[in-house]
Design a protein around this ligand. Structure first.
Ligand SMILES: Cc1ncc(C[n+]2csc(CCOP(=O)(O)OP(=O)(O)O)c2C)c(N)n1
Ligand code: SF4
Ligand SMILES: [Mg+2]
Length: 301
């Protein structure tokens, strides 16, 4: 595993961008683009990522980038990928489709599913800040149960959609879940995906101080707490082979129970006022997923 001091020093994300202070997306994006070494083309739908990127004629990201319509991120990427193949440049450049959870779990899922079915040659990365943040925190299919958003002001009732499992069901060559709080995990997974061909799907858990309601200085800590308690699980599925990675693999190896979810929930104002029943339901959901992940890790599938 790459150490933080081994990451390339060259930055593709420049200082002075328009993301909120402490934004997990900015942290994750730095690692993603370092792994691509400036040799990629991106497609991006409306989201906090477009805000971070800046408005024409200025940009804070040193990467060719196409702003596309909300539902079409994967379709536009598939077109660019076909164009690169036709002009003999597919070995030279990686196509990176990158969208938020709203743009992936809900609005862009049909184009993503089509690209996965065709096994188009591109990396699709969903940064999951667990709501439609750019428009003021509306619930998405990826918002966790219990979270208050402007459209679930008493707390969302449903558990989030498991988009990585949906992508696994497409039998694409690579599916991975990472966290912006672990930049070297992000870097290693993007670097690995870059060497592969076909549709590679990455899902990045992305702390959002503005939408989740916590001090911007605590973004990395919040992301790590989520992994410690199993609200986020780091793993990869490479050609059908499952394995826990990074901190999640270390927690599995330690063989003791994960932290309870309470401290992580209590650190975020979006979970304020959760009653005991809702809290227990979240814990039960996390426990079930962790047991399933441990079994899969054991089986290797
Ligand atoms: C077709 C369409 N519908 C709605 C919008 C308004 N809109 C812009 S960004 C956004 C939220 C995107 O949420 P997500 O994909 O989770 O990314 P985030 O903002 O959280 O980074 C919405 C609803 C739009 N630009 N286009
Ligand atoms: S709303 Fe959240 S994801 Fe969007 S820029 Fe601010 S901190 Fe980042
Ligand atoms: Mg979002």
């Amino acid at each position: 595993m790459t150490r933080i001091t081994d990451l390339p020093v060259e930055e593709q994300v420049l200082p002075g961008n328009r993301a909120c202070a402490g934004c997990g997306l900015g942290i994750g994006l730095r690692a993603i683009l370092k792994a691509l070494e400036g040799r990629a083309v991106m497609t991006v739908p409306a989201s906090c990522l477009t805000v971070l990127g800046g408005m024409y004629p200025v940009t804070s990201v040193q990467m060719p980038w196409v702003n596309c319509a909300f539902p079409s991120t994967a379709a536009v990427a598939a077109g660019i990928s076909a164009g690169l193949r036709a002009t003999g440049r597919s070995e030279e450049l990686t196509v990176l489709a990158m969208a938020g959870d709203g743009g992936t779990a809900d609005i862009g899922i049909q184009a993503l599913s089509g690209a996965a079915e065709r096994n188009d040659d591109l990396i699709y990365l969903c940064y999951d800040n667990e709501a439609y943040m750019n428009t003021g925190t509306q619930r998405s299919g990826s918002t966790p149960a219990g979270a208050r958003t402007t459209t679930t002001w008493r707390g969302k009732r449903e558990n989030p959609k498991d988009v990585p499992r949906i992508m696994e069901a497409h039998r694409v060559p690579y599916v991975a879940v990472t966290s912006a709080a672990f930049p070297t995990d992000v870097y290693d997974k993007v670097a690995k995906a870059r060497q592969m061909r076909g549709l590679r799907y990455l899902h990045m858990h992305t702390p959002c101080p503005s939408g989740w309601g916590f001090d911007p200085a605590l973004s990395v800590r919040l992301g790590k707490m989520a992994v410690e308690c199993g609200l986020a699980i780091l793993y990869e599925v490479e050609r059908g082979a499952f394995r826990l990675t990074g901190r999640s693999a270390a927690l599995a190896k330690a063989g003791r129970p994960l932290e309870p979810v309470d401290a992580c929930l209590d650190a975020q104002s979006r979970f304020k006022g959760l009653d005991a029943e809702a809290r227990a339901a979240i814990q039960a959901w996390v426990d079930e997923r962790w047991v399933e992940a441990l079994e899969r890790h054991e089986r290797g599938r």
